[in-house]
Design a protein around this ligand. Structure first.
Ligand SMILES: NC(=O)c1ccc[n+]([C@@H]2O[C@H](COP(=O)([O-])OP(=O)(O)OC[C@H]3O[C@@H](n4cnc5c(N)ncnc54)[C@H](OP(=O)(O)O)[C@@H]3O)[C@@H](O)[C@H]2O)c1
Length: 263
């Protein structure tokens, strides 16, 4: 089936119901899919009886898709503790973590052989996606897919909202995300440490920097730490940032010495 054409409604089970899951669930439900969730904390006030506290009961429901939305730091512990024996049928397992090699490896290790796997990263969040998902990037890798129809129906949730669908390996994602997303979060955190705020004489460039600082700190520290600890390319980018700052500083100092020497 071509993507973008499905009308099939899915039973989606979310594991981890924090802020990003809430945000995704709203659109999934708007499209007519049934969303049930479980999480470490109690979210029954938001989802009513579709929030299932007991993990065995949750896994025993006939989900078409189980979507892992937990933090990067907790995914290993969470997935390894899932009672897979309670699954009633082969299920598509998907994740939305902001690093990709790490969950791929865990899911390949833990998910039963007869269930399919797709690793994804919606490259947007509750703030950047608040006015819709049109033209926002959505990365995915079909890691182990036999039920093409089910996988396409799941991916179609994002495609039919207008996301730009980008298929690439988890390794390629992590290499690129370290130099784009991780660097953005790090600059944002540095600017926030500097306590930058708007001034009456802001340039457009500075207004953007204030936004970068705000959006970096709107995300949890768990998320940012996960980007560093579980993307093997991030440490090199941190070193690149440090050495780039030193080079820029040396450039200015050398220029100042030259100017002073000429006088
Ligand atoms: N925020 C974004 O813009 C964005 C965009 C794309 C992808 N993502 C990914 O989406 C996932 C969720 O992100 P988030 O923004 O909601 O915040 P997050 O801080 O990365 O994750 C919060 C979620 O992790 C669960 N959790 C944390 N520690 C846990 C533990 N020790 N055991 C079990 N569960 C634990 C929380 O459960 P409780 O709420 O029940 O405590 C909550 O569901 C992350 O993997 C993130 O990388 C986020």
């Amino acid at each position: 089936m071509a993507m973008g054409t499905s009308t099939r409604k899915l039973n989606i089970g979310m594991i981890g119901f924090g802020s990003f899951s809430h945000f995704l669930a709203k659109t999934m439900m708007k499209q007519g899919h049934v969303v049930r969730a479980t999480s470490r904390s109690d979210y029954s006030h938001q989802l009513g009886t579709n929030f299932i506290r007991d993990m065995e009961e949750f896994m025993g429901l006939e989900h078409d898709v189980i979507l892992i939305c937990t933090s990067i730091l907790s995914v290993s512990e969470v997935v390894k503790s899932l009672p897979f024996h309670c699954l009633r049928k082969p299920t598509l397992f998907a994740d939305v973590l902001s690093v990709k090699e790490h969950p791929k490896q865990i899911l390949l290790q833990e998910v039963p052989e007869d269930s399919d796997l797709v690793c994804t990263h919606p490259m947007f969040g509750p703030e950047s996606g608040k006015d819709g998902w049109k033209d926002l990037n959505f990365m995915y890798e079909r890691v182990r897919v036999r039920d093409e129809d089910l996988c396409s129906t799941f991916l179609n949730i994002f495609e039919c909202e207008g996301c730009k669908m980008i298929e690439m390996t988890c390794e390629e994602h992590d290499r690129l995300a370290a130099q784009s997303q991780f660097v953005t979060h790090t600059i944002g955190r540095i600017l926030s440490e500097m306590q930058i705020t708007n001034t009456p004489i802001d340039t457009k460039g500075f207004e953007k920097l204030v936004q970068v600082a705000e959006s970096a700190t709107n995300n949890s520290l768990d998320l940012y730490s996960g980007l560093f600890m579980h993307n093997r390319f991030a440490k090199q980018q941190m070193k690149n940032l440090e050495s780039a700052l030193q080079r820029v500083k040396r450039l200015l100092e050398a220029r100042m010495l030259r100017e002073n020497g000429d006088k």
